[in-house]
Each structure stands twice: as structure tokens, then as C-alpha cells.
Design a protein around this ligand. Structure first.
Ligand SMILES: Nc1nc2c(ncn2[C@@H]2O[C@H](COP(=O)(O)OP(=O)(O)O)[C@@H](O)[C@H]2O)c(=O)[nH]1
Ligand SMILES: Nc1ncnc2c1ncn2[C@@H]1O[C@H](COP(=O)(O)OP(=O)(O)O)[C@@H](O)[C@H]1O
Length: 205
């Protein structure tokens, strides 16, 4: 029998493109997806909550998690660590649920190595100018950090061709619809493959 494992979806793309905004809009709608909450060493922003937005860790605790191989992937991003808890993702997929990660590009490439069957979605800005506007207007960063994030963004955009899908985030609701269509079509694809496989086994008997 074919195991009914969940599908791992990875939403990535440059900082400021709208990953968090699009992910939240997606989860505000009715969905069976399970969001994997990341670990980070960055400071909690006003309004954020432990265990909802992130699990906030000290640098020392985070490095211990790395040593114990408890992270599926991790990256140092603008002087802070960010990482995905391995056990949550593996167990949730095993129990048949789809898991959704929203992570930056270096981490997504590491996930690619461990989960080549994952579905990798790159969120693309309408333009670099608009990306800069979004980082500036979000207002969570100092001028220096804005420049750092823009520098990162240029490098990250070069990684786009390693992804399965590219979604332009010009309008949040539209980007959400496109991601939902990708999720649906990946399920149909896998169902079709499972059916063909079953047929193949029956034909051989
Ligand atoms: N590699 C990796 N990146 C993450 C993870 N969680 C969040 N990120 C990314 O880290 C970057 C910075 O996140 P954050 O400080 O929350 O700022 P913002 O998402 O740009 O508002 C974003 O690109 C996130 O998508 C994770 O578990 N692993
Ligand atoms: N489609 C969009 N149109 C206009 N502004 C957007 C759109 N998506 C996101 N934003 C804005 O851009 C800024 C960065 O979004 P955010 O979700 O924090 O990006 P990321 O998680 O990729 O770093 C926020 O101020 C957000 O409100």
C-alpha cells in the first residue's frame, strides 16, 4: 500500500517581498495546512507572541539545537539565526498533514537537499523598487538594516530558478489564490501518480 504522507510546501523569497503577509492571509482562510513555527534568536517585535510567530531562543540555546541535529534547516540572516524544528515537520507529514514553511532562501535550499519531493514556491516582487518601498514602509528596520536586507534580496532573487513555482506578489489576495491553486494541483498530481502506481501493481498480479 502507498503511504499517505502529507506534502511539504515551502514559501520563500527575498525579505520584504511579503512572505509573512501572504502566509498569514493564506492561513486566515480555511485550510488544512499546518504551519511550522520557526525558532529564532532575533528579538520579539511589538505584537509578536512566543509560540505563535516564533519560538524565541538565546544564541546559546539555538546553537545547542543545531548540535543536537534538531533543526531541519537553519540560516544566519542579518546577524540572527532562524531555523525549522525537524521533529514537528517530520511527524506532521508522517501523520498525513501538509506542512507549510515560510523561510528565507538559504534555508529553502537546504530543505531541497533533504526533501527533494517538497514543493518550492518563490514569491517575487513586482519590481526591485517596490521591494525597497515595502522594506522601508514596514518600518521595523533601521536604515542600515534596510540596506543589508536589500543587498540580501538581490542575491536571493538569483536563486529563483531553483524553485518549482514563481508567484508574483503584486496583490496579496491574488498571490494567495495562486498558492492555493498550486497546492490543489500538487494534490491532484500525486493522486494521479498513486492511481497509476496502483494500476501498475494490479496489472502485474
Ligand atoms: N531559513 C529560515 N528562515 C526563516 C525561518 N523563519 C523565518 N525565516 C525567514 O527569516 C527572514 C527574516 O524574518 P523576520 O525577522 O521575521 O522578518 P520578516 O519576515 O522579513 O518580517 C524572513 O525571510 C523569514 O522568511 C526559518 O525557520 N528558517
Ligand atoms: N501585495 C502587496 N502589496 C503591497 N504591500 C505589500 C504586499 N505584500 C506585502 N506588503 C507589505 O510589504 C511589507 C513587507 O511584507 P512582509 O510580509 O513583512 O515581507 P517578508 O515576510 O517577505 O519579509 C509589509 O509592510 C507588508 O504590509
Amino acid at each position: 500500500m502507498i503511504e499517505e504522507k502529507g506534502i511539504l510546501f515551502i514559501l520563500s523569497g527575498p525579505s520584504g517581498v511579503g512572505k509573512g503577509t501572504v502566509r498569514k492571509a493564506l492561513f486566515n482562510q480555511d485550510t488544512d495546512l499546518k504551519y511550522s513555527i520557526s525558532m529564532t534568536t532575533r528579538e520579539k517585535r511589538p505584537g509578536e507572541k512566543e509560540g505563535v510567530d516564533y519560538f524565541y531562543k538565546s544564541k546559546q540555546d539555538f546553537e545547542q539545537l543545531i548540535k543536537e541535529n534538531q533543526l531541519l534547516e537553519y540560516a544566519k540572516y542579518v546577524n540572527n539565526y532562524y531555523g525549522t524544528p525537524r521533529e514537528y515537520v517530520e511527524k506532521t507529514l508522517e501523520s498525513g498533514y501538509d506542512v507549510f514553511l515560510e523561510i528565507e532562501v538559504q534555508g529553502a535550499l537546504q530543505v531541497r537537499e533533504n526533501f527533494p519531493e517538497g514543493v518550492f514556491i518563490f514569491l517575487f516582487p513586482p519590481s526591485l523598487e517596490e521591494l525597497k518601498n515595502r522594506i522601508v514602509h514596514r518600518g521595523t528596520e533601521s536604515q542600515d538594516l534596510v540596506l543589508n536586507r536589500l543587498k540580501e534580496a538581490r542575491k536571493e532573487i538569483e536563486m529563483m530558478d531553483k524553485y518549482d513555482y514563481v508567484v508574483v506578489n503584486d496583490d496579496v489576495a491574488l498571490a494567495v489564490k495562486k498558492i492555493q491553486a498550486i497546492i490543489q494541483s500538487e494534490h491532484l498530481k500525486r493522486e494521479r501518480i498513486a492511481k497509476q502506481y496502483k494500476q501498475l501493481l494490479e496489472d502485474e498480479l
